[in-house]
Design a binder for this molecule. Sequence first.
Ligand SMILES: Cc1ncc(COP(=O)(O)O)c(C=O)c1O
Length: 410
Amino acid sequence: MDGSDSDDLDHLFSETVRETKGGSVYGAWRSIRDADAVPLSFGFPYPESFPNDELVSAAESLFEYEGDCALQYGGGEYADALPEVIADRARDRGIDCTTSQLHLTNGATNAIDTVCQTFLDPGDTVFVESPTFMGALRLFRNYGVDIEGCEMDADGLDVGALADELAAREAAGEPLPKLLYTIPNFHNPTGVTLSEGRRRRLLELAETYDFVVLEDDPYGQLRYDGSEPPPIRALDRTGRAIRANTFSKTVAPGVRTGWIIAEESFVEQFERINAGGEPSYTRGLIARYAEDGRLERAIEELCAGYRERRDRMMESLTERMPAGTTWSDPDGGFFVWVEFPEGVDAEAMLPDAIDEGVTYLPGSFFYADDGGTRHARLSFSHASPAEIDEGVAALAAAVRAETPPVEADD
Ligand SMILES: Cc1ncc(COP(=O)(O)O)c(C=O)c1O
């Protein structure tokens, strides 16, 4: 059938799809990816970080050990072992976790979606950090909820401002959130980390105002300086904290394997909702790969590779950016959040920046409403250190072209 007739079938879409249909498609900015320019846009791991050879040998030994079971529904012993591998690693980070408090997903994106399915009804209110991960915004929009941005600063989510907002809403009889989504470590896109005191205060607020906290932590293990505050889930005493995580940044995004750690009664619902079909082969492969401390060693190497890239980006920004530009100083993760001088519109500047030889993501992509026009997210994860320097030089040239120097008075 000719695609042009398909508009006549729009009435068959769900109400939410009809309402969100015109929204941007994830990856609509793929053209940026193909641009002949240094990629500081997407949070892709650098290709040499992928453990290709180790995954091939893990696959070979998986088949040797399990034979056809490795590919059967449900998989074999190694696929069965992955939950314990994950629970064990979570316990190392202070999270009291058994496999009955664990639900495997196809990446963190699927974990967030599963939590949305379980907790959200159309018209509910979801609080997010402002700015926040654009992929999460896209998912929340699919559920017909009201998305409200919460202020952030250099210590992450501003829980004082959050407490005021919650109290004001309660006093005015306005809707309180059902769920608050946070990226506590090396936040996407700002790179900042939520302090321990704020994590504790956030949990108190969740109890007082009765909402769940979804802690999304893909970057926590990629720390290059300082020490880790306890995960929110590790501090939780009321069961309201739900933790999403993924192997996308520590093994590779293509393995599409993530997980949720939460109360057993929540996990029962996640299992029920997602019943029917798991990539058991991939799970077996990861469990085999992770054996004998190999994942820990790989994470150490990743940290060395990303630390070098982060350092180069910070040096280049300091050396090259025109006065009036500021940026965050991440201790880990993939991202630096840049604020350009007054008068620069990051989205409008992007085509010129691509001509200069760099791509980035405009800050406005990361807001539930208006915001971020003067900001950009730079990712140091994908390019090589030398390319990062080139990319920052190109960005500095684009910013200079937007902000001509003020003529001195005669
Ligand atoms: C905060 C955050 N959550 C989730 C994801 C997606 O993770 P996954 O590849 O496991 O779906 C990303 C990746 O960019 C991210 O930055």
